[in-house]
Design a protein around this ligand. Structure first.
Ligand SMILES: Nc1ncnc2c1ncn2[C@@H]1O[C@H](COP(=O)(O)OP(=O)(O)OP(=O)(O)O)[C@@H](O)[C@H]1O
Ligand SMILES: [Mg+2]
Length: 274
């Protein structure tokens, strides 16, 4: 369980300080896919980066499995980070390393012997469907393939939590659905709790069990995905749903995976998001 307890986050110091997260209280349960949905600048990345302490909360606490990790340093921080994998919109692979050596990198940091590193990386490559790509470099892969490598690397240390920050935003709608399927499979088969940041209703609806909608640094609503979509309460979610539906009726542009939200083809404008 990941818990945010009256969490606040400000950037800047003294008179320049401005608070971007205001009194966040949230429980993310073990084994679920939890969505953080919101517009650009809402505070999604900041919130999720407080889980692995890439950002330090200014006030309040983060608890993982009941342990207050807010002020973790040294070995405790290293242990926390190795139990949490993270993937990003722009993949963040090491360009000078092969696919295999991208995946072994976190294991090198933990001084895992070379033969074990290689064996683990090969198993993970197989899991993400890239067994034949071990010796390639990131620049020789498509975006979807690069994200698969990033997913394999994020899994290297056998994390119990995975943070996905707009992991499919740079991908087309077909590739998005494939990556979401992979993440769902990892969630189910490896019992990894997933925290999925997205601004896309379609992505949220496709993969998330529950969602928190964040606006201006506040959680404006949260709940089971279907309940939220069927009966949105906040103005922002109502507006997003209306706008996605209008776009679908116009036929959409096929780029935002909105049309694929319910499995319909990217060019099928007949299905609504809700
Ligand atoms: N390092 C930083 N220093 C100062 N302000 C920051 C910093 N990082 C983010 N912010 C500000 O905090 C607010 C929330 O940013 P954040 O990146 O968390 O939003 P987001 O919801 O992830 O947006 P996006 O969808 O564009 O990624 C924004 O106003 C942003 O300008
Ligand atoms: Mg962000």
């Amino acid at each position: 369980m990941i818990q945010f307890d009256h969490l606040h986050k400000s950037y800047g110091e003294g008179p320049d300080a401005h608070e971007v997260l205001h009194d966040i209280n949230l429980d993310i349960r073990d084994g679920e896919v939890f969505g953080i949905l919101g517009s650009s600048g809402a505070g999604k990345s900041t919130l999720v980066r407080c889980i692995n302490l890439l950002e330090r909360p200014t006030k309040g606490r983060v608890l993982i499995d009941g342990n207050d990790v807010t002020n973790a340093t040294g070995a405790e921080l290293a242990r926390l980070r190795s139990s949490i994998g993270m993937i990003f919109q722009d993949f963040n692979l090491f360009q000078q390393r092969t696919v295999l050596r991208n995946i072994t990198f976190p294991l090198e940091l933990h001084h895992v012997p070379a033969a074990q590193r290689k064996a683990r990386a090969e198993r993970l490559l197989d899991l993400v469907g890239l067994s034949d790509y071990a010796d390639r470099y990131p620049s020789q892969l498509s975006g979807g393939q690069q994200q698969r490598v990033a997913i394999a690397r994020a899994l290297a240390n056998n994390p119990s939590i995975m943070l996905c920050d707009e992991a499919t935003s740079a991908l087309d709608s077909t590739t998005t659905v494939q990556i979401l399927d992979l993440l769902r499979r990892i969630n189910r088969d490896m019992n990894v709790t997933m925290v999925v940041i997205t601004h896309s209703l379609a992505v949220a609806r496709n993969i998330c069990d529950r969602i928190a909608m964040i606006d201006g640094g506040r959680i404006v609503e949260e709940g089971e995905t279907e309940t939220l979509f069927d009966n949105p309460k906040s103005d922002i979610l109502k507006a997003l749903i209306a706008s996605a539906n209008a776009q679908n009726h116009r036929g959409g542009d096929g780029h935002d995976a909105a049309n694929a939200a319910d499995g319909s083809a990217a060019t099928d404008g007949s299905k609504e998001v809700r």
